[in-house]
Write a protein that binds this ligand. Sequence first.
Ligand SMILES: Cc1cc2nc3c(=O)[nH]c(=O)nc-3n(C[C@H](O)[C@H](O)[C@H](O)COP(=O)(O)O)c2cc1C
Length: 387
Amino acid sequence: MNFWRDMTKPIIGLSPMDGVTDASFRFITAKYGPPDVTVTEFVNVEAALYAPHTLIRDLAYSEIERPVIAQIYGHTPELFYKVAHVIGELGFNGLDINMGCPAKTVASKGSGAGLILKPELAQSIIRAARQGIEDWSAGQSLDDLGMKPALIQSVLKLNRRRFDGVTLPPRRAIPVSVKTRLGYDDVVVEEWIRTLLEEKPAAITLHGRTLKQQYKGSADWDAIARAVEIAKNSDTLILGNGDLKDMEDVYRRVRETNVDGVLSGRAAQGEPWIFRAKEQVKQALRSQCREMIHDVPVSLAERFRIMLEHSAHFASHTQIHSFVGMRKHLAWYSKGSPGAAELRAQMVRVKDIDEVAALLRAYATSLGTTFAADRPPAWPEAHTLQP
Ligand SMILES: Cc1cc2nc3c(=O)[nH]c(=O)nc-3n(C[C@H](O)[C@H](O)[C@H](O)COP(=O)(O)O)c2cc1C
């Protein structure tokens, strides 16, 4: 079932960010955005198979995130074949293969953007992942593949929590997509996109930079437009990515390039609600009227409530993550408020949600207002992840 095809274009989704788009951030974005589609942080295929706690940490999600896609990376087709079974079993709506990560630890091993230098391997990885999904949907189980009992237990545990005891949906062949860059050292987008299209992925998300550029310079949307042109008569959607600051940028880039959609990453840091305006963008594109897009204001009180709810959700993972991982989010949320620098400096030292609440109360008082800072209501046990 290819959900990509059925979505209203342009698709406006949340881009995966390792260390950022974890289960809590995705939950909060889905609740206060929501984006059209959500992608998990990337998960190494070896870790997924041999360190099952990785699944619990990185592949937990809640139903409100749907359609939700699991992103995996690696360089060994057989492992993609096996992990595809796990992704299917976990009820994801799609499987995405990372061919864009520029980190030395990833790309120098031939994974992530390293695959741009190995087009044939990249193609066999897509084929292996798709075959894994097909065999899983035809009935092959994790047991059939001789997977470790601890891995199977982790999958069962995640499913029980998410579905709260409800039966799993029937097996379906979910779409396989790719997220990549324009090239390794140089822009080779035309050749690279043609190589990927031979394997007919359901979608390709293209970050408008090469590996060598890392995050420097500006994303090259002209190159993304060339990829759209090449994919025009195929069944593969092209999503553009890179430097979209707000929904006006989304409007402009979609108009200029005719992409089927976009993924936005850094703009959602500290502003998970940015996707609220996505319907305005679609409307504005239909009526060709940019003026229809305007900010959806978020009051200070609402921002504070979201900070607390995000912290509480994150704290439910503390046996896996330490609260330290929440600090950067709190600093991002603090941006732009009056006297933000001091609030930020305090937020990057907090140890738990009570400290967050106390800081928010004191900050509200300093602005001559009050903030009750009540603990958010507990969410269903199914969404918490205490092992
Ligand atoms: C901290 C961080 C972590 C990232 N991790 C991933 C990842 O796990 N998988 C992936 O495909 N891209 C990853 N990216 C790249 C983003 O998805 C996106 O392509 C890039 O940030 C450009 O889009 P933006 O300008 O909207 O942020 C990451 C980016 C950042 C900043």
